[in-house]
Design a protein around this ligand. Structure first.
Ligand SMILES: Nc1ncnc2c1ncn2[C@@H]1O[C@H](COP(=O)(O)OP(=O)(O)OP(=O)(O)O)[C@@H](O)[C@H]1O
Ligand SMILES: [Mg+2]
Length: 261
């Protein structure tokens, strides 16, 4: 079996990549890491020859894993779509990446699927703190729309802090929208990552911060613990994936721990 992993050349984290190499080696999988800037796409009717890798026409992989991160840009998405057109399974696929890289869009999908999510508001700064108080309440979490590793995720304890932050962001002339989200107090410092592949829960990881931070990200020093998949989680997942018919997708969603326990 021939597997390609579309990776981000700039990333300094090699743990995932190394683990994929180890497992592929053990399973006898022909595993290659490719970068989008080595791939040329030619859109034509002659589909089988429409992808060139390192200036050569090569045989297509059986599967393409996308590990390009939350900053996945249009070029990587175009590469993925080309493989999808050629019926090469891509994991996650381009639609899933588009949903995951926009935290507002991801929450809209989850809410529409009936999943419990923290109340989420899209705003620009300066933001109306009265409206935030009324709709979301304090404390609240302010987030950039696209980001990972917990960067750009900030806990505002009260209205005064929110107004200070609002003033600061406005002074920086930051024009992008940001997210203001209800703070899930009972889940402080921990969250649950549920991996859904092809409509099935493949596993889950409970992440726990170790330094008293409300953020559980492992890249910030949090620890990850295996979490047993139970019936409740399966039901949540089924609601999520069935309603959207999102087979072949990998979905990671923020679960309301209280609902799952
Ligand atoms: N509304 C919330 N209430 C309580 N804690 C939260 C909330 N939103 C985020 N957190 C905490 O902050 C952490 C980082 O938030 P978030 O997952 O949005 O960031 P991220 O940059 O997308 O992280 P990752 O790269 O792990 O996906 C979460 O793991 C969770 O522990
Ligand atoms: Mg995230």
């Amino acid at each position: 079996m021939k597997t390609w992993m579309l990776a981000n050349r700039k990333t300094k984290e090699t743990y995932e990549r190394d683990r994929f190499f180890e497992e592929a080696d053990e399973l006898g999988i022909d595993f290659t890491v490719v970068y989008a800037d080595e791939v040329d796409l030619i859109v034509s009717r002659d589909d089988r020859r429409s992808i060139r890798y390192q200036n050569e026409i090569v045989s297509l992989p059986d599967v393409l894993l996308a590990r390009t991160g939350s900053a996945t840009g249009n070029y990587n998405l175009s590469v993925l779509r080309q493989f999808e057109r050629l019926n090469v399974p891509t994991l996650p696929n381009s639609d899933a990446i588009i949903a995951a890289k926009d935290k507002m869009y991801a929450n809209q999908i989850l809410a529409q699927a009936g999943l419990p999510i923290p109340k989420t508001m899209l705003t620009r700064f300066p933001s109306n703190s009265d409206l935030v108080e009324k709709q979301v309440g304090f404390p609240c979490v302010v987030k950039v729309v696209t980001g990972s590793h917990g960067a750009g995720v900030y806990l505002c304890e009260d209205k005064k802090q929110f107004n200070d932050l609002s003033e600061l962001i406005s002074a920086l002339d930051f024009k992008n929208s940001m997210i203001v989200q209800e703070y899930v107090q009972f889940s402080e410092g921990r969250d649950l990552r549920v991996i859904v592949i092809g409509g099935r829960v493949a596993g889950a990881m409970l992440r726990q911060s170790t330094d008293g931070s409300f953020k559980a990200n492992i890249s910030r020093g949090g620890k990850g613990l295996a979490y047993d998949v139970d019936e409740k989680m399966e039901q949540e997942k089924t609601r999520n994936t069935k309603s959207k018919q999102r087979r072949k997708r990998i979905t990671r969603f923020f679960c309301n721990l209280k609902d799952l326990q």
